[in-house]
Design a protein around this ligand. Structure first.
Ligand code: PLP
Length: 447
């Protein structure tokens, strides 16, 4: 693609810098392009260039932009029903709860707008349901205040949140010492890094200690098997969150779980005017109908497998050692350095494909063989261009690199070395010395 860096995109970017913000998050850290429209998995920038999206809009899209069933459901809903009413209870909400309860191993569902809101709701519910204050977590759960330390193992006294860094030794010790004070253990699945057995063990460990186990399936709910980690692989959960994909890009999330936990909703003081918005619920109902018989998932998984295998083959043929792992709709590509990864994906963008330059690739059901061929062609050229430029000498993805990536990407503390054991002792001491607070106390809801 040649036009991407032409004036239309750059002028709009310069304008954006003047009138809006998020330099790091949006402007500088993404490719220099301003998207005007998208259909299926193809985006169109302000100059009319077509760009293939291999990120599924950070996972928000499951069926691709403007999927006919979703468009029809949304337009019908706006025309025939409206958008939001004086009450939170609508047939849309009840139908959606019914379908989610059928789909995942849970008894009740409540709704919010974003993944961050769902995860914040989940810990409020767990605290209210148990009257316990500590929350043990691993992984990214969004941008709200309680989630900011997700890369740093340890205890955060202001929020009473303990990050155990996916480390089973740490979790076992924390449960041993503090089970009676722990509201829940809340983990974001990392499918390229831990297999199903790992989550089964965590779930059992929690059950053995009488502690709620929660999975943050905001991203995996539709991408790790057709029913997420909990639903497809039978990992027992007391609570789970889903969001991305549910509304195929419309803003909706859900907290699902056992009835006695979800029933703490009022006690937890949860509310929100727009949780009642029916249009995203109409979108979600259309998505669930489309996904119902599993065939869309299966076909998309086949296409994703072709992409994953093709990228691994291209890297191998070019002599670039790589770790390519994860389910077909959510896989990671890890190279020996972040710089090499970024340079290759940037070169692929210049050839018309918007890969995630951190390495996690997600396709939508709108991808077919043509998209895979196009993506692999661009990736192949990108690898060749970067190697020909001579700035990199790719080397093995060593165990040390693998561990460094896990720490930097999701706060994984995967080795029980002396430093880790000392960190566990330090964390236990900090928790034991904490001032007990009112973290779980709920305000009176309004709105
Ligand atoms: C596992 C997980 N939880 C929560 C979130 C936050 O969701 P949102 O960005 O919609 O607030 C994300 C977003 O990437 C996520 O991947």
């Amino acid at each position: 693609m040649t036009g991407t860096l032409a004036k239309g995109n750059l002028d709009t970017l310069a304008h954006a810098r003047r009138v809006t913000a998020a330099e790091q998050y949006d402007i500088a850290s993404r490719y220099p392009v301003v998207i005007e429209a998208a259909e299926g998995s193809w985006m169109r920038d302000v100059e009319g260039n077509r760009i293939l999206d291999a990120t599924a809009a950070s996972g928000a899209l499951l069926l691709g932009n403007r999927h006919p069933a979703v468009v029809e459901a949304v337009v019908d809903c706006v025309r025939e029903n409206g958008t939001v009413f004086a009450t939170t209870l609508t047939p849309h909400r009840v139908r959606l709860a019914d379908k989610l309860i059928e789909r995942y191993p849970v008894e009740k569902a409540v709704f919010c707008k974003t993944g961050s809101e769902a995860t914040s709701t989940a810990i409020r519910l767990a605290r209210a349901a148990t009257d316990r204050e500590l929350v043990l977590t691993s992984g990214y759960h969004g941008w709200h205040d309680w989630q900011l330390a997700y890369l740093n193992m340890g205890f955060e006294p202001r929020t009473r949140v303990v990050n155990f860094g996916y480390n089973e030794t740490a979790l076992a010790r924390l449960l041993e010492e503090f089970a009676d004070d722990i509201a829940c253990v809340f983990v974001t699945p990392e499918p390229a890094w831990f297999d199903v057995d790992y989550y089964q063990r965590l779930s059992k460990l929690c059950a053995d200690h009488g502690v709620l186990f929660a999975l943050d399936e905001v991203i995996t709910g539709f991408r790790w098997g057709t029913r997420g980690l909990a639903g497809t692989n039978g990992v027992p959960v007391d609570l789970m969150t889903i969001s991305k994909g549910l509304g195929n890009g419309h803003s909706i999330s859900s907290v699902l779980g056992k009835a006695d936990v979800i029933n703490a909703y009022d006690k937890a003081g949860i509310c929100g005017t727009y949780t009642r918005e029916v249009v995203p619920m109409a979108a979600a109902l259309a998505v669930l109908d489309t996904m119902a018989d599993g065939s869309v998932y299966e076909r998309t998984a086949e296409v994703g497998t072709r992409l994953r295998t093709g990228m691994a083959d291209i890297l191998a043929a070019a002599g670039v050692p790589a770790l390519v792992a994860g389910p077909p709709m959510l896989f990671d590509v890890v190279l020996d350095s972040d710089e090499l990864t970024r340079d290759i994906f940037r070169a692929a963008f210049d050839n018309g494909v918007y890969f995630d330059d951190g390495g996690t690739q997600m396709i939508t059901a709108a991808w077919g063989d043509d998209e895979v061929d196009f993506a692999l062609g661009a990736f192949d050229k990108a690898v060749a261009t970067v190697l020909a430029a001579g700035g990199h000498r790719p080397s093995e993805v060593t165990e040390a690199r693998r561990l460094q990536f896990a720490t930097e990407a999701f706060g994984g503390a995967l080795v029980d070395d002396a430093a880790l054991l000392a960190k566990i002792d330090e964390t236990v001491a900090a928790i034991a010395a904490r001032e007990r607070g009112e973290v779980g106390a709920a305000p009176k809801p309004c709105g």
